[in-house]
Write a protein that binds this ligand. Structure first.
Ligand SMILES: *Cc1c(COP(=O)(O)O)cnc(C)c1O
Length: 217
């Protein structure tokens, strides 16, 4: 089933869009089944579970960290995840910067933007971004590369609401790309779309989709 699911999703994706197989809570055998189809990009959302799987699974897996990250767990993720999708505070950004400096590595990150109507989802509000991007933390970043934005749409059945939320995020991404990040060639990723809404996200400009249940059940 996993093999079938992952190959059929990849067949229907435009070639420039990357699939992150979200393997949270999945046993190693299930992840390996997906791996043996040739798939290499996997995503996890809990730091400890991520660190354990990172250690146990093949080294050519490209890991994405997509969950809420507390500053005291930054060590478990920095340098192991190729991309951290879920930077949602200045404090977290600073903690990742410090850890990456210590390790002597460059950590790629996305800024998570709160686009849903639900209060439970994390992320910066639009209003917070100008203050962040002009803060000393941000302007002094050396070991963190900001590669784009991530967002999660509301968990609703109305596809038009979901589409509108993705459209807003894409517009904001384009705006930042032309202004704040005009001189950052790495700012080119827009992580949006999950099992229930990725076809809409792809139509609205996503470059990275994060799919769990549609692959692993
Ligand atoms: C779990 C999770 C996903 C995948 O969700 P599915 O609905 O199972 O595809 C994507 N993004 C984040 C941040 C998640 O926590």
């Amino acid at each position: 089933m996993i093999t079938h699911n992952i190959t059929s999703i990849k067949k229907s994706l435009p070639p420039n869009i990357k699939l992150v197989a979200v393997s949270k809570l999945q046993p190693l055998e299930s992840i390996l089944e997906a791996y043996h189809t040739g798939h290499r990009h996997f995503g996890e959302n809990r730091p400890q579970e991520f660190a354990t799987k990172h250690q146990q699974l093949p080294k050519d897996i490209v890991w994405h960290f997509i969950g809420h990250l507390q500053t005291n767990k930054v060590k478990l993720v920095t340098g192991k995840a190729q991309l951290i999708h879920s930077v949602d505070s200045e404090r977290l950004l600073l903690a990742i910067e410090k850890e990456a400096l210590k390790q002597g590595i460059q950590q790629r990150c996305l800024l998570e933007i709160h686009i849903a109507t639900e209060e439970t989802k994390s992320g910066f509000s639009w209003e917070e971004i100008p203050a962040l991007t002009t803060s000393p933390t941000f302007t002094n970043l050396k070991a963190v590369t900001i590669c784009g934005l991530m967002g999660m749409a509301s968990f609703v059945s109305d596809p038009q609401q979901i589409r509108t939320e993705f459209q807003k995020l894409k517009q904001y991404f384009d705006h930042l790309k032309q202004s704040t990040f005009a001189h950052n060639p790495h700012f080119c990723h827009l992580s949006m779309g999950m099992s229930g809404d990725w076809p809409i996200a792809v139509e609205e400009g996503s470059t990275l989709i994060r799919v769990g249940s549609q692959i692993f059940g």
